[in-house]
Design a protein around this ligand. Structure first.
Ligand code: AMP
Length: 458
C-alpha cells in the first residue's frame, strides 16, 4: 500500500469560500437519492459531505477527520449507494448477492443507526439495494436468515461479522469498498485483532474510506497501512472541531467546565436541569452502577431519568432511546460504550458527570450535542480528584476551558492546579500541589491514553 503526503482539504475554507453554495445536485447523484435527501430535509451538504462525496464517487480513498454529528454517514453512504445502484442487478436465480460494500463500526447502536440512514437514503432507488446490519449482543439466527441470498451492503461490528463469516453466512471476497467508521473507537475498544482478521478476508484491491474523530499514532499507522493516496479531509483544525458545527455555523458546541466537589454532583445536576431549564440532557458516567444510581436519584427528585448501559437488554435500550427521542424521558444517564452512536437531533446538553477516560472519548462524548450544525452545550464536572485529568484532556485539544463555580455548589476541596496559576505555584485554592498531588497528576496523565472502560458483554 502506498501513502504519500496527500492533499489536505481544510473544510472551513469550503464554508467560507465559494463551495458554500454547493447543493447535493452538483455531485451528479441520481434523482432517487436527491429525492430521499429532500424528504430527509437535507438541503445543503455538510462540510465533510462536500469534500468526500465527489472523491468517493471518483473511486479515491478518503481519510476523514470527522466526529459523529458531522454528517459523515451520508458522506460515505450516498456515493456508496450511487455506486451500488449503477452496478447491474444479478440475473434472476444467481444468488447470493456478493457483498460489495462493508462498513465496520464499533457498536451495535452505531450499526443500527448507520443501517437506518443508508436504508432510508436508498428507498427510492430503482434497483433494490439489500442492506444487512450485523451486531452482537442479540441472537445470531435472524442475522443468518437475513443474509440468505446475500447482501449488497453490510454494516457490522467486527466480532459478529467474524462469527457470521465463520458460519459461512457471508463472504467478503467481493468487497469493493471498505468503510471504517469511528476508527479510533474501533481500536480503543480493542477490536484491533478482529480488524486485522477481517482485512485479511478482503480483496487487496478495493476502495478504503476511513473516518476517525481523532488520530492517535495507532490510527495514523493503520491509515498508513490501509490507504492508497487518500484524500485527507479535516473537518476542523484540532481543538476547534467542537466549536464549529458540521454545517459551519460557529460556535456549535459551547464547552463549560464546572468545579464541584464529587459528592455534590447529583445535586448540582438537578439544580442545573431545573434552573437552566434543560429540555433533554445526556449525562455520561463511568460505570453501570453510577448510571443506575444517578438515574435513580434523579427519578426520586421527580425528574424523568433513565439509565442506559450495556447490561440492559437490547429491547430496553431501544425503548429508552425511543422515549428519549420522543422526550418522554428527559435525562439519560449513560456509560460511554452504551452511548456510542446515540443520534438525537438537536440534543441540547451533554454532561460529563464523570470525566471521560481519554481525550478521544471526550471528543466523542461532546459530539452527541450540536449535531449537524445545531447548537449545543457540553458541560464537564471537575472535582479535586479529576482536575489534573481534565487538564490533560484540555492539553490534548490545545484548549483551555474557563472554570466556573455555581453559587451554592462551590468546590471546597482543593484542585491540583488553579486557573490563575497553571504552573501550580499556589493559586485560587491557595494550595501548592503536594508530592502526592503530583503523583496523582502523573497517574491521571498516564490514564488518559489508556483504552476506555469496556463493558463486559458488549
Ligand atoms: P452523522 O455524523 O452521520 O451521524 O450525522 C449527524 C446528524 O446530521 C444526523 O442526525 C443526520 O441526519 C444529520 N445530517 C447529516 N447530513 C445532513 C445535512 N446535509 N443536512 C442536515 N442534516 C444532516
Amino acid at each position: 500500500m502506498h501513502f504519500r503526503a496527500a492533499f489536505v482539504l481544510p473544510i472551513r475554507f469550503c464554508h467560507r469560500g465559494s463551495l458554500i453554495l454547493m447543493s447535493f445536485s452538483t455531485f451528479g447523484l441520481c434523482p432517487e437519492l436527491l429525492r430521499a435527501l429532500r424528504e430527509k430535509g437535507y438541503v445543503k451538504p455538510t462540510a465533510i459531505q462536500q469534500a468526500a462525496i465527489p472523491a468517493v464517487l471518483q473511486g479515491r480513498d478518503v481519510l476523514g477527520a470527522a466526529q459523529t454529528g458531522s454528517g459523515k454517514t451520508a458522506a460515505f453512504g450516498l456515493p456508496l449507494l450511487q455506486q451500488l445502484a449503477s452496478t447491474p442487478a444479478l440475473p434472476p436465480g444467481r444468488t447470493p448477492r456478493p457483498v460489495q460494500a462493508l462498513v465496520l463500526v464499533p457498536t451495535r447502536e452505531l450499526a443500527a443507526q448507520v443501517g437506518e440512514t443508508v436504508v432510508n437514503l436508498a428507498r427510492y432507488l430503482p434497483r433494490r439495494i439489500k442492506v444487512a446490519v450485523l451486531f452482537g449482543g442479540v441472537s445470531i439466527n435472524p442475522q443468518m436468515l437475513a443474509l440468505r441470498g446475500g447482501a449488497d451492503l453490510v454494516v457490522a461490528t467486527p466480532g459478529r461479522l467474524i462469527d457470521l463469516v465463520a458460519q459461512n453466512a457471508l463472504k467478503l471476497a467481493h468487497v469493493q469498498t471498505l468503510v471504517l467508521d469511528e476508527a479510533d473507537r474501533l481500536l480503543d475498544m480493542g477490536f484491533g485483532d478482529e480488524l486485522a482478521q477481517i482485512l485479511g478476508l478482503l480483496p487487496a484491491r478495493r476502495q478504503n474510506l476511513f473516518f476517525s474523530a481523532t488520530f492517535p499514532p495507532a490510527i495514523e499507522g493503520l491509515a498508513h497501512r490501509l490507504l492508497h493516496d487518500p484524500l485527507r479531509i479535516r473537518a476542523e483544525p484540532p481543538g476547534d472541531e467542537a466549536q464549529t458545527g458540521a454545517a459551519g455555523k460557529a460556535p456549535a458546541i459551547a464547552q463549560r467546565a464546572i468545579e464541584v466537589d464529587a459528592p455534590r454532583r447529583t445535586q448540582l445536576l438537578r439544580h442545573l436541569i431545573q434552573t437552566e431549564k434543560w429540555t433533554r440532557v445526556l449525562v455520561f458516567v463511568a460505570t453501570k452502577h453510577a448510571a443506575e444510581t444517578v438515574a435513580d436519584k434523579l427519578r426520586k427528585a421527580g425528574l424523568e431519568a433513565e439509565p442506559f448501559h450495556g447490561e440492559l437488554s437490547q429491547g430496553k435500550r431501544q425503548q429508552v432511546l425511543m422515549d428519549f427521542k420522543a422526550s418522554t424521558v428527559k435525562i439519560v444517564v449513560a456509560t460511554d460504550v452504551a452511548a456510542r452512536g446515540i443520534d438525537i437531533a438537536l440534543l441540547p446538553v451533554v454532561v460529563n458527570y464523570d470525566l471521560p477516560r481519554s481525550a478521544v472519548d471526550y471528543i466523542h462524548r461532546i459530539g452527541r450535542t450540536g449535531r449537524a450544525g445545531g447548537s449545543g452545550m457540553a458541560i464537564s464536572f471537575v472535582s479535586a480528584g479529576t482536575d489534573a485529568h481534565f487538564r490533560v484532556i484540555e492539553k490534548r485539544q490545545s484548549y483551555v476551558i474557563l472554570r466556573e463555580q455555581i453559587p451554592g455548589f462551590e468546590a471546597v476541596e482543593a484542585m491540583t492546579l488553579s486557573v490563575t496559576d497553571p504552573q501550580g505555584t499556589g493559586g485560587i485554592k491557595g494550595k501548592r500541589p503536594s508530592k502526592k498531588d503530583k503523583l496523582r497528576a502523573e497517574d491521571e496523565a498516564k490514564r488518559v491514553d489508556q483504552p476506555s472502560d469496556i463493558e463486559p458483554g458488549l
